[in-house]
Design a protein around this ligand. Sequence first.
Ligand code: HEC
Ligand code: HEC
Ligand code: HEC
Ligand code: HEC
Ligand code: HEC
Length: 196
Amino acid sequence: MRKLALLGAGSLLVALAAIAAGQGTSAAQQGPANTDTLPAWKLSVRDSAALKGPRQPVFFRHDIHVGVNKTPCQYCHYSVAESSEPGIPSMTTCMGCHLIVGGSDSSHQVEIKKVREAYNNSQPIEWVRVHTLARHVHFPHMRHIKVLGANACQTCHGDVGRMPQVYQVNNINNMGFCITCHNQRQVNRDCTVCHF
Ligand code: HEC
Ligand code: HEC
Ligand code: HEC
Ligand code: HEC
Ligand code: HEC
């Protein structure tokens, strides 16, 4: 419990504000009544093997966090507009909500318990990467967000906010995917722009 106390009241407020800003009232405050009608709400970790994309150590669902809760991408992928790396949220970010949000049905509770245990044991969850470029290629997220806009994620990643499990929509490991858009937008296509 001592570790939990380290979480400032500030981060909790920010987290709750993030839910409230998206929805007016959050799923956490209302209970599952409004979301129960979503066919996917009841998916459990056992169903994840049948979904597209790699299985993750915790069945973290973008369709709930983004689709239902309306949490903005940048709340978690905090550096996407400033850095090459979009950033993967820390356990503290998760606990900003999950200190109080325990889950409204048993399949959610089981997974949220894993998150709390990982945090209490200082064992960050080791997410399995979905997108990986070869080491000789350089992809600066911030340059793209600056020009294409904060909502451009979908152009390359598909509609992640509706995915119960993230999968790769575009073949990013094919140079043609990059070059087609760079051609259309008259962006520099020198080999050294992308290759080290
Ligand atoms: C802004 C608040 C917020 C943040 C931040 C947040 N969650 Fe959640 N999360 C929720 C809410 C609300 C639910 C829905 C709970 C319910 O009613 O079952 C939920 C549900 C879940 C569930 C159960 C449903 C599912 O996805 O299978 C898991 C697991 C989960 N969160 C993991 C995480 C992890 C891991 C992080 C950090 C990467 C995180 N959450 C960050 C609010 C948040
Ligand atoms: C509540 C926190 C949270 C929010 C909000 C969130 N994500 Fe994520 N995202 C994660 C976590 C945790 C992972 C790693 C686990 C996984 O792949 O599901 C992840 C993984 C991803 C990945 C796969 C990364 C890889 O390994 O290649 C993409 C792409 C992604 N998110 C895009 C988005 C987009 C686009 C949005 C907004 C529409 C968004 N995320 C909103 C927490 C979040
Ligand atoms: C122009 C295409 C493009 C756009 C737009 C884009 N991404 Fe990506 N994203 C990629 C590529 C390519 C990779 C793989 C990068 C690598 O392996 O170095 C990636 C990787 C990621 C990852 C995994 C990084 C990691 O460290 O595990 C996350 C998370 C992610 N993107 C989130 C987002 C979010 C959120 C947005 C919108 C704000 C976004 N991306 C917009 C192409 C894009
Ligand atoms: C949907 C369109 C789109 C896709 C797909 C795309 N890019 Fe870009 N890219 C842009 C735009 C627009 C810019 C220009 C940014 C600017 O003017 O600063 C850019 C800029 C860049 C830059 C910086 C160029 C410079 O002059 O320094 C690099 C590097 C880059 N992209 C790599 C990639 C790679 C690698 C991929 C594929 C994995 C990719 N891009 C896919 C639109 C795209
Ligand atoms: C807009 C970014 C971009 C530009 C410009 C670009 N490439 Fe690429 N290139 C990539 C990406 C992305 C891959 C796929 C990497 C992977 O497998 O993950 C790739 C792959 C390759 C490969 C295959 C290597 C392998 O991994 O099998 C070669 C060879 C290559 N590029 C040569 C070139 C040459 C020569 C030029 C200049 C005429 C060039 N590239 C310009 C992004 C770019």
